[in-house]
Design a protein around this ligand. Structure first.
Ligand SMILES: O=C(O)CCC(=O)C(=O)O
Ligand SMILES: [Fe+2]
Length: 319
């Protein structure tokens, strides 16, 4: 079934043309409230944000396109022991989908290691441009995280939700044969904390609302999507909604997207924030190691379970 174009995800404008978004101001708290409502009711929102220069974004996309034209044996050098963290080639389940994953990608040195695997003689422009873009996405993510903490009254107590590094995933979707509506990436919830996505204005992202409708997200050059992943849902003790989403291709153009995933540092145990557990919101999950959970999600047993139910199958508390 196609998407319902009458429905829309919340759009929150973070543009700061005249004023800065200062923490503690009335404007700040009104945004905190809207961010929390969007994450609880939809599991996502569109961000209008003018602090990332359009030129930088355009340059980033022009830098990542040639990655996909490298020889397949070069692309396969992008390996990562964590499941779904390295190069992902086309498969019968997702024949239009191909992606690379780069750990700790706002760190120049780790990004350079990836760059040198792809271009052994180095590629400074690629490295500088993409790292600059990821740092901008990190700033945006930090602001959203602070808003989430303030929205629950936790901003004085905590500096971050879960200590994370940014895992970057760059994706190419081939145009579907004869432009028909076709699966780019099957429905899933993200297995990490949160994701900020942007694309090259070829729309394909669709998100599922809580009442089961699929809604298409057509992004403008200044917009981004914030997505609640399974681990943010777990941290919030189920108050925030882990978003089911997919990519559906149509039309003649290939599509490129960029996802900045907040990935917990090694050894992180995911726990519901204790202030978010009370009589009205009893604990829904046991504490778990995020790496064991993501491994489980990609086992035969785990992948047979609906994506949004995997975390409950792994760590759910039966009542
Ligand atoms: O390309 C997109 O818009 C979605 C990508 C996505 O959902 C993912 O990589 O988890
Ligand atoms: Fe996703």
């Amino acid at each position: 079934m196609g998407s319902d174009s009458h429905n829309q995800i919340p759009v929150i404008d973070f543009s700061t043309s005249s004023t800065e978004l200062d923490r503690g101001t009335e404007e700040w708290y009104s945004l905190c409230k809207r961010v929390r409502e969007a994450c609880e009711n939809y599991g996502c929102f569109e961000i209008v944000y003018d602090k990332i220069p359009l030129q930088l974004k355009a340059e980033t996309f022009s830098m990542i396109r040639p990655l996909f034209n490298l020889p397949v044996e070069t692309k396969k050098k992008n390996v990562n022991p964590k499941p779904f963290h390295g190069y992902y080639e086309k498969t019968p389940i997702a024949p239009l989908y191909e992606s690379f994953g780069i750990d700790d990608s706002s760190n120049y040195e780790s990004f350079r290691s990836f760059t040198e695997l792809m271009w052994p003689n180095g590629h400074d422009q690629f490295c500088n441009t993409v790292v600059t873009m990821v740092k901008k996405l990190d700033e945006l993510k930090e602001m959203i995280e602070m808003m989430i903490l303030d929205s629950y009254g936790l901003g004085e107590k905590l500096n971050s939700i879960i200590e994370c590094k940014t895992h970057l995933r760059v994706t190419k979707y081939d145009a579907s044969p004869s432009g028909e509506y076709a699966n780019g990436l099957p429905p899933h919830t993200d297995k990490l904390v949160s994701t900020i996505l942007c694309d090259d204005q070829v729309s394909a992202l669709e998100v599922e609302t809580k009442d089961g409708q699929w809604v298409k997200c057509s992004l403008s050059p200044t917009s981004y999507v914030f997505i609640v992943g399974d681990l943010l849902m777990a941290w919030s003790n189920g108050r925030m909604h882990s978003l089911k989403h997919r990519a559906m291709m149509s039309g003649e153009k290939d599509r490129y997207s960029l996802g900045a995933f907040s990935s917990p540092v090694e050894g992180t145990i995911i726990k519901a924030e204790k202030e978010l557990v009370d009589k009205e919101h009893p604990r829904i999950l046991k504490d778990f190691d995020f790496k064991d959970f993501s491994r489980f999600a990609f086992t035969k047993e785990g992948s047979a379970i609906d994506s949004e139910m995997q975390v409950f199958a792994y760590a759910g508390i039966s009542t």
